[in-house]
Ligand binder design. Structure first.
Ligand SMILES: [Zn+2]
Length: 231
């Protein structure tokens, strides 16, 4: 159930018998020819589909993340790590205050990893709560499915190209891009990263069949839902 489709008395009623909540974490950053909001779209959709049959409220996706390396690409917005940790902590404080005790972050962006550290630190002060930080795209079963379909998969490649992240009228290149040297790229600032990366895909094909993507999606939904069922 999306929190945008609930009023506060309904949340109060829910909290009489349950204390679970889901918060999707996204990002606004270059994804080559795909939407700048790929990570937000995917995290929110995985969260919503996973939680729907369980009736657990899903909060709006946090649409900004930590992504300083892509700042030379127009449209990218990066929060400072310090800002991000404060947001994560503020969200947790608010949810706990009204009665939530089990909170699942469904994260769609690798750069948001410091948020997990913030959650662990927060639990030290809030021992009555449990927080799980779930990177849905590299969770074991989902990543295994990705690798089985095509081992050359990366940021802004086919593995992020779903019917709901591609843009109408935008053609995807047909070739398989060689994997970029990630270790070397990480030694450069935003200008150097753009020089090395070009269109923004880290490596791999740009698109695969909807059948392949739906197969990955089903695994991701089931894997995420299982986390909500067993705490
Ligand atoms: Zn992404």
């Amino acid at each position: 159930m999306n929190i945008s489709e609930m009023n506060w008395p309904q949340v109060e009623e829910y909290l009489k018998t349950d204390d679970r909540a889901v918060v999707p974490l996204g990002c606004t950053e270059q994804h080559a020819y795909l939407s700048l909001s790929v990570d937000s779209i995917l995290a929110e959709r995985v969260a919503q589909e996973a939680a729907a049959p369980l009736g657990v409220p899903v909060f709006p996706v946090l649409g900004y993340g930590i992504t300083p390396y892509f700042l030379s690409y127009p449209g990218t917005v990066s929060l400072k790590a310090e800002t991000y940790l404060r947001i994560i902590t503020d969200v947790l404080d608010s949810l706990r205050r009204t009665g939530f005790r089990r909170i699942l972050f469904v994260n769609g962006h690798g750069g948001n990893a410091p948020g997990q550290t913030a959650a662990i630190e927060w639990m030290d002060q809030n021992a009555d709560c449990r927080v799980r930080f779930h990177n849905w795209w590299n969770a074991p079963l989902t990543l295994e499915k990705v690798k089985a379909i095509d081992p050359v998969a990366s940021h802004a490649s086919w593995m992020e190209n779903f019917p709901w992240t591609r843009l109408p009228g935008i053609e995807q290149p047909a070739h398989q891009k060689p994997m970029v040297d990630l270790e070397r790229m990480r030694t450069f600032g935003p200008e150097g990263v753009r020089d090395i990366l070009g269109d923004g895909n880290f490596g791999g094909r740009y698109q695969r069949s909807d059948e392949d993507m739906n197969a990955i999606w089903s695994v991701a939904i089931a894997e995420t839902r299982a986390l909500l069922e067993v705490w």
